[in-house]
Design a protein around this ligand. Structure first.
Ligand code: SF4
Length: 441
């Protein structure tokens, strides 16, 4: 039985990722300025990998003897079953493809966090939606189950009560036949996304999409299982670069230290990227990050204004402490990308400029600015659902204003976004420090 996983994207000259933003997806449309267009093109070329939930689901069907393929093309091959990776950021493009498959009487499953949150958007096309972690559904899905496809509910509900160690390694071997996952900021060669945990208990789930699919409860993989997976890709595919896709790496300190000590014990020269919360970092953790080969750390700072942080229920630490922790990471040669959200509901010109100015005091190598977006399924969406000003879900890409803001127009927010990027990256001090780091690497 042949199954094709379809990973559909609208045609854009900037990167669109379905893996980021809790699987809802995001874009890297930095701005209209010539320099920012070059930055967008650079990121599109140099950071690219399919969503982990798709590759994990492929592995389960492969294990059950399906012949599994992957495609991003609209020229769709003839198969017995299609599995579409959903996202908000490619939603309308995905729907067009699903409709054309349904018109040809094809069997279609839709998977992923966005379809989990808004299943009716997809089930209304005639596709079957797996609402929950699809890899656990496919784990027990056998070839003969395809004969009873029409008996499945239009929306198949799954709860996250499953053990992550029950899953196969994601099917990167299949992906590699079609595309090369890369993250050049980590270094040359292939980069494999991997996960050691799922779920996040923090209060910023008020606006964050990660817990919608993964839940608020932290679920951990056994550390041996994670390290063995890294060794497997290293031995068989010469992979040295790994991106941990845990919503917050190092939520459980004991687990983190155990994992990193085991990575150190492999004596491999892995290059690793993680996303974490500054709250969870201390001298001991940072030391071990360095020894384990963590080269890049993403941290959400979100705003430079306390009231804005309070209003968005952001779990945070004092500003001085943020600066100290970023300084500590950078002093160990670990590059930090600090992430900020502009035009939050309680932001105005003053607080937004405060955030941009604060971002230049935080001594991180990289900064990312995005625009506050109330996502369907999150608690904050309820407040803004009647104030949405865009027509397509694909416009929920974190790079434009999608709701009626009390203080900003769409245009003004883009101006502030452009200003934030240019004023961060065009500082002589930043340019000097960056090239010094490259030369010393
Ligand atoms: S720390 Fe907050 S923003 Fe980050 S994954 Fe958890 S809930 Fe989301």
């Amino acid at each position: 039985m042949k199954v094709c996983f379809l990973d559909i994207y609208p045609k854009k000259n900037y990167r669109i990722s379905k893996d980021q933003n809790g699987g809802f997806g995001t874009a890297n449309n930095y701005g209209e300025n010539f320099i920012l267009k070059i930055l967008s093109a650079y990121i599109k070329k140099n950071i690219d990998y399919p969503p982990l939930f798709l590759v994990q689901s492929m592995a389960e069907l492969k294990k059950n003897q399906f012949s599994v393929s992957y495609s991003r093309s609209l020229d769709i091959p003839n198969k017995d079953l299609y599995v579409i990776a959903s996202s908000i950021v490619s939603h309308e493009s995905e729907i067009d493809v699903i409709k054309s498959l349904i018109a040809r009487n094809k069997k279609v499953f839709v998977i992923g966090p966005f379809a989990t949150s808004k299943p009716h958007l997809y089930s209304s096309t005639g596709a079957k939606v797996i609402s929950g972690e699809s890899e656990f559904f496919f784990k027990d899905f056998q070839i003969e189950d395809l004969n009873k496809f029409k008996n499945y509910d239009d929306i198949i509900l799954f709860k996250n009560i499953y053990d992550l160690d029950d899953l196969s390694y994601p099917a990167w071997d299949i992906i590699l036949k079609y595309s090369k996952p890369v993250m050049k900021l980590l270094g040359r060669g292939l980069t494999i996304p991997i996960s050691s945990s799922r779920g996040c208990p923090y209060s910023c789930s008020y606006y964050c999409t990660y817990p919608l699919q993964q839940g608020n409860k932290l679920r951990l993989r056994k550390t041996d299982n994670v390290v063995n997976e890294m060794l497997y890709w290293n031995k068989n595919y010469n992979v040295n670069n790994f991106i941990f896709r845990d919503p917050v790496f190092s939520l459980n300190k004991r687990h983190t230290l155990e994992l990193l000590n085991k990575i150190i014990a492999t004596n491999k020269k892995f290059r690793i990227c993680v996303e974490t919360h500054l709250k969870n970092l201390d001298q001991e953790t940072v030391e071990i990050f360095k020894r384990a080969g963590i080269k890049i750390v993403y941290v959400g700072i979100e705003s430079g204004d306390k009231e804005v942080l309070f209003d968005s229920k952001r779990t945070t630490i004092e500003f001085d402490s943020q600066i100290e922790k970023v300084k500590l990471l950078e002093s160990k040669g670990i590059r930090v990308k600090s992430m900020y959200i502009l035009a939050q509901p309680s932001d105005n010109e003053t607080t937004t400029k405060k955030t941009i100015n604060y971002s230049k005091k935080v001594p991180s190598t990289y900064a990312q600015y995005s625009i506050f977006t109330p996502y369907p399924g999150t608690p904050v969406f309820e407040k803004f659902k009647d104030k949405i000003i865009v027509d397509k879900y694909e416009e929920f890409d974190q790079w434009q204003l999608v709701f009626q803001h009390l203080c900003f127009s769409k245009l003004r927010v883009r101006e502030l976004l452009n200003f934030a990027y240019l004023s961060f990256y065009l500082r002589p001090s930043w340019i000097f420090a960056y090239f010094k780091k490259i030369l010393l690497r």
